[in-house]
Design a protein around this ligand. Structure first.
Ligand SMILES: [Zn+2]
Length: 268
């Protein structure tokens, strides 16, 4: 029975780190409390009842007890172990990338129910024989929205004029598109001051803009119907991943692994 010292929550296990010989610290993403870290005592013992229920890429129902520093997982039951996802190397890599994104952006204790629902939906989609590239891009785009970094794709972020169906330019620092005129001015300013490291903006094709705008405003069932040629798929990945890297100010480990895996699979 739940008392004031105990509470129940569902959550998706993002990460685990070993604590001593038999225990581990698990990072969990929950609908009510956002990200939280808790101790799973004895989870590394061979016959532990907690064991598999607190592995990364698992959706579990947990009973936790309030601790002095970290709370303690006292019971856990798997709701969905995403076995189809874990049994395929590519899909598992996609799943781990999604988890790393959540872990990198989410702060402990910051409730974000729509983001939890998005995470759960995308993990379910990645378990299906579906287009995993679309699932990843859709996830990135909506994650950015739910965290306050929604890319501005309708109007120029400098002059506020509506964007024309031509090649526009995505500005990482401004989080949205620059019209060609403002982009030229921006480039000229940077050349003069020489303060910028790396590209200040990147071109975005009309096709890529159309897809991003559609995805920003639709559910996943609609988003997945889009047919992407490899070139367009690559362009969408570049713009979203570069923007995420800019916001986080670092590279995600699982993204490098995902790209390496894709290269290897393509050369088979
Ligand atoms: Zn402009």
């Amino acid at each position: 029975m739940a008392t004031s010292r105990n509470y129940q929550t569902q959550g998706i296990i993002l990460k685990q780190t070993r604590l001593g010989e038999f225990d581990k610290i698990v990072t969990i993403y929950t609908p009510e409390f956002g990200k939280l870290r808790a101790v799973a005592k004895g989870a590394c013992r061979p016959k532990s009842k907690l064991g598999g229920n607190v592995e990364p890429l698992t959706h579990s129902l947990m009973l936790l007890a309030k601790g002095r520093n970290l709370d303690i997982v006292t019971q856990s039951q798997t709701i969905n172990g995403f076995l189809a996802l874990k049994s395929d190397l590519w899909r598992m890599a996609c799943g781990l990338y999604v988890l790393e994104l959540i872990d990198s952006f989410a702060v402990e204790g910051g409730e974000n129910r729509p983001l939890f629902d998005l995470l759960l939906e995308i993990l379910q989609q990645l378990s299906e024989p579906d287009n995993s590239e679309i699932a990843l891009r859709y996830f990135e785009l909506h994650l950015l929205h739910y965290l306050g970094y929604r890319p501005q794709l309708r109007r120029c972020v400098d002059c506020d004029s509506p964007l024309k169906p031509v090649v526009n330019f995505f500005s990482l620092s401004k989080g949205g598109l620059l019209c060609p005129r403002c982009n030229s001015e921006e480039n000229r300013r940077h050349e003069q001051t020489e303060t910028i490291s790396g590209r200040p903006s990147m071109p975005l094709s009309v096709e890529a803009l159309k897809v991003l705008r559609l995805w920003q405003g639709c559910d996943y069932a609609t988003a997945r119907r889009v047919r992407l040629k490899p070139e367009l798929s690559g362009e969408l990945e570049r713009v979203l991943c570069d923007y995420i890297r800019y916001v986080l100010q670092r590279e995600l480990k699982s993204l490098s692994w995902l790209r390496e895996l894709r290269r290897q699979m393509a050369s088979l």
